[in-house]
Design a protein around this ligand. Structure first.
Ligand SMILES: *Cc1c(COP(=O)(O)O)cnc(C)c1O
Length: 390
């Protein structure tokens, strides 16, 4: 048999472990025929709420829908502004604009890749004055003040943002905080689980995420029961007392029963996979410790990353290309998250940001790349990867 190439994220090994269980759970759904909001959906919500601890769980159709439903739950719309990071997947900021509100970008902390709380303070001061020299703010503020409503922080690569600092600012300013935990389900911050670090946490079950299904899916977690009720309604066309009683404008944002049943099977081995991910990450740290030309990820005390990605920084763009080519030559895939910060994306051109607006995000976009990362990455493969990088 041909030797298997190194996979960036290997879902095949995982499937071999649990294929039987997954086929059984799919068969159960086929037998029951409850394809929409079948019992597995509620079972998954209960299991994951228990895992996160002391929270309500509302499943939905994707991580993007989880973010959208959260913003809708807070009534965000035209004339509103929401602070977020430009160094993330498009979905984080897209949902703000989709509702007619305006994303206000704030640069990242150079160590964690996550939104920098000090710069959140600075942008709030800049907005209050308003003073475009203090911190870049969207051009719309030149015409009329927008109403600042909240903050979406992202737990990039599986590492939670600094929620003590972020929540303090939000409390002082009367803002909500949404945790984009699409990559961090299974991570921790100061003894608390990711998804439970802000007013509401949103995760994704996209196949490549730490807890991934075989399709799209997502979930919101909140301790706010009133907000949870609104989101449950929004996810089914703003329903009231029954299906054909509509009390608000919502979306079709349910999680499929089949997806829930697959996730229930995958969840059985998830705690073990979190530990395997730690081992793989620690092994990278050890193997690459002497590799002076690349900067390894650093996890601050009190944080636990779930290592959705193991991302390193090359010296510059050319150096990154050289390293990626070297890996590719040995059949090793790598990826760039993210090659363009959001403030420089065409879709956000109307915000009026420019090159230089967010120097850390721009610098990192030009030299970051991610190595293969999954719970089943072998020591041999990791040694091969390290040898290529040295
Ligand atoms: C994947 C991801 C999303 C969107 O999740 P989907 O399930 O693909 O809609 C949102 N934010 C971040 C940071 C992500 O990585």
């Amino acid at each position: 048999m041909k030797e298997k190439n190194v996979q960036f994220i290997d879902l095949q090994i995982q499937q071999e472990r649990i294929r039987g269980a997954i086929e059984k759970s799919i068969s159960r759904v086929l037998d029951n025929g409850k394809y929409i909001m079948g019992p597995e959906v509620q079972q998954l919500e209960e299991k994951l709420a228990q895992f996160i601890g002391n929270t309500q769980a509302i499943s939905c159709a994707s991580g993007t829908d989880a973010l959208l439903l959260s913003l809708m739950g807070y009534g965000v719309g035209p004339g509103d502004a929401v602070i977020t990071t430009p160094f993330t997947f498009i979905a984080t900021a897209e949902v703000i604009s989709l509702l007619g509100a305006t994303p206000v970008f704030v640069d990242i902390d150079p160590q964690t890749f996550n939104i920098d709380p000090e710069k959140i303070d600075t942008v709030i001061s800049a907005i209050k004055k308003p003073d475009f020299d203090l911190h870049p703010i969207p051009q719309k503020y030149e015409k009329a003040p927008l109403k600042l409503k909240g903050i979406i922080a992202v737990d990039l690569f599986g590492l939670p943002a600094d929620y003590d600092a972020i929540n303090n600012i939000a409390k002082r300013e009367g803002l909500f905080v949404i945790e984009d935990a699409a990559q961090s389900f299974g991570g921790e911050y100061k003894g608390k689980k990711a998804c439970n670090l802000a007013n509401i946490g949103c995760t994704s079950f996209f196949p490549a995420k730490p807890l991934g299904g075989y399709g799209d899916g997502g979930m919101c977690f909140t301790q706010n029961e009133a907000l949870a009720e609104i989101i449950r309604s929004l996810r089914v066309h703003g329903k009231g007392g029954h299906k054909y009683d509509n009390v608000r404008i919502g979306v079709n944002g349910r999680l499929d029963t089949l997806q829930a049943s697959i996730l229930l099977s995958k969840y059985e081995i998830f705690p073990e996979e979190i530990e395997l991910r730690q081992q793989v990450a620690m092994r990278y740290n050890e193997l690459l410790v002497d590799c002076d030309s690349i900067k390894l990820p650093e996890i601050p005390d009190g944080y636990k990353s779930v290592w959705a990605q193991y991302s390193v920084l090359a010296k510059n763009k050319n150096h990154r290309q050289t390293l990626q080519d070297k890996l590719k030559g040995s059949g090793i895939p790598s990826a760039i998250y993210y090659p363009n910060p959001l403030h420089l994306q065409t879709a956000f051109a109307s915000l009026g940001y420019a090159e230089g607006s967010f120097p850390v995000s721009e610098d990192y976009s030009s030299r970051i790349f991610s190595l293969p990362m999954h719970p089943y990455l072998s020591e041999n493969d990791q040694e091969l990867i390290a040898d290529n990088l040295k």
